[in-house]
Write a protein that binds this ligand. Structure first.
Ligand code: FAD
Length: 615
């Protein structure tokens, strides 16, 4: 029997990050997945990033994860979303060439030391008492491990729906995973059913491109990864068109034939990523719904029509798609479909993504009720790191909502659970002014270096960048002027007699380092690599100071840890119902306990004072 420190099951977005993170920490790691050739497959839309999601990719990258580098290698249309808004809510996004993405991910996985890929179907988990001790394969092989990370995506009892056709599958053309779902139920974990959907794929050679609008890439693509110097792929346009009255009528007339609306699907779907049926039923017909025609690759004629995911029968799909301008004679390469699958209630997990009831087991990705590659990748990184830390006898590492979107997501999932597939939005982060995509490296790379998951190349590059930043910061803070002196250079400052540093002046609208050079020629010494970061930090400095006090308070609160075996029955002032909920949900710390339904300020202070007495 072969044995490993960490086994990761599933070579999707969560699994690749988990395996890579565990191996980077030095754990002997195995990645068990159905087929090597499907490692890094994008199940749905060929794009990475976007609002909130782009932040997650930058954070994965800051910890030396794979997704940012791979997206840079595969990106064919980079766009910085919300460019005209403040840096806090800008979202880097790229469309990706599916083949290039998959190949780049497979290259990254192949190149990792300590990591072995094993092809096969993981069927059950080996246990010793309550503890998970390895994996049992469908062919009877057994692999032992100190920690196992499950990242099976949409495969657990996956069931595809196209009209009234039902096909057991994890993704189109791939077998579902049934054994593991039963294992999780046997462990007593609370499972639920969710659904998601995907549109038909179109043959681009049959589209009348002259009848649709165009959306182009940014002139200068901004890479995701701190390690990428330039984007080498040719950048392309995508098409833009809209549904018509005829489209809406066809869908409305056939709505009873959609798997979604004929009562065949019990799983809950994502509200913010509705199918075209949902759009027509819920939002009415409006004046048409926008469709982006996204090429799936540079040498691929397949087009992904973003905005019309559906579970209508194939012939209805073809008919309604052909009512859209530009698609009148389009050929469908693969019909759209909805997929239902089992997920685990994420309140079964600790902040490290360890399963409370089953020591040695970690879960990450769509299995935890999230949707999206980026959410999956970020959880994979956390689960992989913690599985490796546990295997090495080290303390778990948890991300805080105050330091990262990763922390926000995991706190939301483990303390509140989900009622629909969870995706990231910038609005979920209370400290979004400090959690920006542009400062992810500054926030997280030092943590990654301390943990040991950041490689030599990034450590060196980050070190040199940080020195340049600190030098620039010190210089900007060391130069100052009075309002009168400023007036001589055309600066309109409040005549309050106060000296202002060059750093303070950068907080003024439209003030740039370049614009201050006539005053202080020594600013030439600032390394151009860091000038944008300095400008953004200066612009946000006042808000950041205000947030710093709040964050310090939250950190103190978060640090009030609650032991996993805490006996809530000893707290005299709590209602029985609340005691039961706390005992069931087992919050790890006070911040999580505050989010338990029914927790009052009085109950919080009671719990806090009891915890303090234990310190
Ligand atoms: P996956 O990418 O699904 O990877 C799971 C991996 O585990 C696969 O490699 C599989 O082979 C392997 N595996 C599973 N079971 C076993 C086993 N027993 N043994 C060995 N290997 C196993 N996201 C959005 O953001 N927007 C959308 O509109 C959207 N639509 C979607 C539509 C469809 C039809 C699907 C399938 C997914 C959609 N998604 C969408 C979700 C997105 O694809 C996932 O969030 C993401 O891929 C999840 O990553 P993951 O790593 O958790 O799982």
């Amino acid at each position: 029997m072969t044995s490993y420190d960490v086994i990761v099951i599933g070579g999707g977005h969560a699994g690749c990050e988990a395996a890579s993170a565990a191996a980077r920490l030095g754990a002997r790691t195995a990645l068990i997945t159905h087929k090597k050739e499907t490692i890094g497959v994008m199940s749905c839309n060929p794009a990475i990033g976007g609002l909130g999601k782009g932040h997650l990719v930058r954070e994965i990258d800051a910890l030396d994860g794979l997704m940012g580098r791979v997206a840079d290698a595969a990106g064919i249309q980079f766009r910085l979303l919300n460019r005209r808004k403040g840096p806090a809510v800008r979202g880097p996004r790229t469309q990706a060439d599916r083949r290039l993405y998959r190949e780049a991910m497979q290259r990254e996985i192949d190149a990792i030391e300590n990591l072995l890929v094993i092809e096969g179907d993981a069927f059950d988990l080996l246990t010793e008492g309550e503890t998970v001790a390895g994996v049992i394969m469908k062919n009877g092989q057994v692999f032992r491990a100190a920690a196992v990370v499950l990242t099976t995506g949409t495969f657990l009892k996956g069931l595809i729906h196209i009209g009234d056709r039902k096909i057991p599958a994890g993704r189109v053309g791939e077998e579902p995973s049934v054994g593991l779902s039963e294992t999780l139920a046997r462990f007593g974990l609370k499972l639920g059913r969710l659904k998601t959907g995907t549109p038909a794929r179109l043959d681009g050679r049959t589209i009348h491109w002259d009848r649709v609008g165009r959306q182009g890439p940014d002139e200068e693509p901004v890479p995701f990864s701190f390690m990428t110097d330039t984007i080498v792929n040719r950048q392309i346009d995508c098409g833009v068109t809209r549904t018509t009255d005829a489209t809406h009528k066809l869908i409305a007339d056939n709505i009873h034939r959609s798997a979604m609306y004929s009562g065949q699907i019990e799983g809950v779907g994502p509200r913010y990523c509705p199918s075209i049926e949902d759009k027509i039923v819920r939002f009415g017909e409006r004046d048409g719904h926008q469709i982006f025609l996204e090429p799936e690759g540079l040498d691929d004629d397949t087009i992904y029509p973003n905005g019309i995911s559906t579970s209508l029968p194939e012939e209805v799909q073809e008919a309604f798609i052909r009512t859209v301008p530009g698609l009148e004679s389009v050929s469908i390469l693969q019909p759209g479909y909805a997929i239902e699958y089992d997920h685990v209630d994420p309140r079964e997990l600790q902040l490290s993504l360890a399963v409370r009831k089953s020591p040695g087991l970690y879960l990450a990705g769509q299995i935890n009720g999230t949707t999206g590659y980026e959410e999956a990748g970020a959880q994979g990184l956390v689960a992989g790191l913690n599985a490796a830390l546990a295997a090495m006898g080290r303390e778990p590492f948890v991300f805080s909502r105050t330091d990262s979107y990763i922390g926000v997501m995991i706190d939301d999932l483990t303390s509140r659970g989900i009622t629909e597939p969870y995706r990231m939005f910038t609005s979920r982060a209370e400290y979004r002014l400090s959690l920006r995509a542009d400062n992810a490296d500054m926030r997280l790379t030092p943590t990654g270096i301390e943990l040991g998951c950041v490689g030599e190349a990034r450590r060196t590059r980050f070190g040199s960048w940080k020195r340049a930043y600190d030098d620039g910061h010190t210089l900007l803070k060391s130069l100052s002027i009075t309002p009168n002196e400023g007036a001589r250079y055309g600066l309109k400052l409040n005549r309050d007699g106060q000296r202002r540093t060059a750093f303070d002046l950068l907080a003024y609208p439209d003030q740039t380092i370049e614009g201050l050079r006539p005053l202080w020629p020594q600013l030439d010494a600032i390394d151009p690599r860091v000038s944008e970061a300095l400008q953004i930090d200066a612009a946000y400095a006042v808000y950041m100071e205000r947030q710093a006090a709040d964050i310090a308070g939250i950190r103190r609160e978060e640090s009030a840890a609650i032991p996993d075996d805490f006996d809530y029955s000893v707290l005299p002032g709590l209602s029985n119902e609340l005691k039961q909920k706390l005992a069931q949900q087992r919050p790890r710390n006070l911040a999580q306990a505050m989010k338990v339904d029914g927790m009052t300020p009085a109950a919080v202070s009671l719990l806090l004072s009891w915890l303090r007495r234990q310190e």
